[in-house]
Every structure is written in C-alpha cells, then in structure tokens.
Design a protein around this ligand. Structure first.
Ligand code: T46
Length: 185
C-alpha cells in the first residue's frame, strides 16, 4: 500500500498493493491493522454504493455536526474525485484537490472528517463505493456549490447532471461559519 499526500492536510491518496494472476486480480480495499499503522482510520460504520451515468456530478457534500470521514473508491468506470477542506482553523481551509479514481487504477482517497466531497463521472457510467466513519444524519447533511469561484475547482470540461439539491447549493461565502466543521488535529 502506497500513500500519496495531497495539497490538503490529512487527505491522502492510497494505492493498494494489487495481486494479479491469470485469473484476474486481488487487493485489500481496507485493512484495520494496516491502515492503523499508516495513521489511517481503523473504524468505519457505514458503507455506501452509488451508480451514476456519464457527466453526473454528485457534490459537494459534507455533514456537520457528525462529520463523516470517507474512504472512497471506484469499482466500475472512472471519476474525477474532489475534496475541499471546510475545517475552520485548518491550514488548508477553503482549498481543494482532486484525483482521477478508476476501476483500472484502483486508487482510493481518504477524505477526513470536515471535508466537502464530490465527484464527476468521466466514463459511460461509474459505480462508486465508500466507507464512512459516522452514519448518515439527514438533518446534518449539507453542501456547497460545485463551481464556487472562490474555491476554483478545475473540473474537467463537462456539462454536469446535478440533483436539484446540488443545483441550489450555497456558495461557501453564503454558509454561516458556525455551520462549518471545526479542525481537530
Ligand atoms: C448520502 C446518503 C443518502 N441517503 C439517501 C438520501 C436520498 O434520499 C438518497 C440520495 O441522497 P443524495 O442525493 O444525498 O446522494 P448523493 O448525491 O450520492 O450524496 C453523496 O454524494 C457525495 C459524493 C458524498 O460524498 C456523500 O456521501 C453523499 O452526500 O439517498 C441515505 O439514505 N444515506 C446516505 O448516507
């Protein structure tokens, strides 16, 4: 397992050790002991799967209170995956980073609690799978606008298909600061 730092404090890309043979491949998508040794989470409480077609953009979502850390991966297709640090007090507050995750590159991203997360589908369709460190709490579900100029995410050229909720998401500047996560080292 290889860990690659991103521009965002605490957010890392994980390249699992992949074992190929004439039958196909095998890799551990999560191992509490190995993750613990790497300073990554050893406990998840919810696993999610979503299917999306080309140009679908889901995000940018976060949960506060009850923030969710997410270990995300792509089981089918390819996505442009984005994290934005929304933690008040973080050295990388308001900054974004992204990575292309695909079934073929098998890369994962660990997105700590307090980040907004989203992705855009680059392939014909994509199956997205992720583990969360807290459960979904509808009342705590929140989001910011995918194309907020103050954040300046450099999305691939696409005309995104968004949910109504995401279409209407606020700009970061429109969010009550008390509604934003707090950085905890
Ligand atoms: C997230 C979630 C949703 N739901 C229900 C609520 C809605 O009736 C339906 C679709 O929810 P939503 O449109 O919020 O789904 P996504 O747009 O895929 O949201 C996710 O997309 C971005 C990429 C994320 O990182 C979050 O995990 C999550 O916000 O599933 C649940 O029952 N449990 C859940 O954990």
């Amino acid at each position: 397992m290889k860990i690659v730092e991103t521009r965002l404090a605490g957010c890392v890309i994980i390249e699992p050790a992949v074992f190929g043979d004439p039958r196909g491949f095998f890799f551990e998508s999560w191992n509490a002991e190995r993750f613990g040794q790497a300073g990554l989470p050893t406990h998840f409480v919810q696993s999610n799967v979503s299917h999306s077609t080309k140009n679908v953009l889901r995000g940018l979502h976060y949960q506060w209170p009850r923030p969710q850390g997410k270990l995300v991966s792509v089981l089918q297709g390819e996505v442009f995956d984005v994290a934005v640090d929304l933690r008040r007090g973080s050295s990388t507050f308001g900054r974004w980073d992204a990575a292309v995750l695909s079934a073929s590159n098998k890369r994962q991203i660990w997105i700590p609690e307090g980040f907004a997360h989203g992705f855009a589908v680059l392939s014909d369709d994509a199956v997205f799978s992720y583990l969360c460190t807290d459960v979904y709490v509808k009342e705590a579900d929140a989001g910011i606008r995918w194309n907020d100029p103050a954040i300046g995410i450099e999305w691939p050229a696409l005309s995104p298909l968004l949910s109504d909720k995401d279409e209407q998401a606020p700009l970061l500047s429109q969010v009550d600061p008390d509604r934003l996560p707090i950085f905890t080292a």
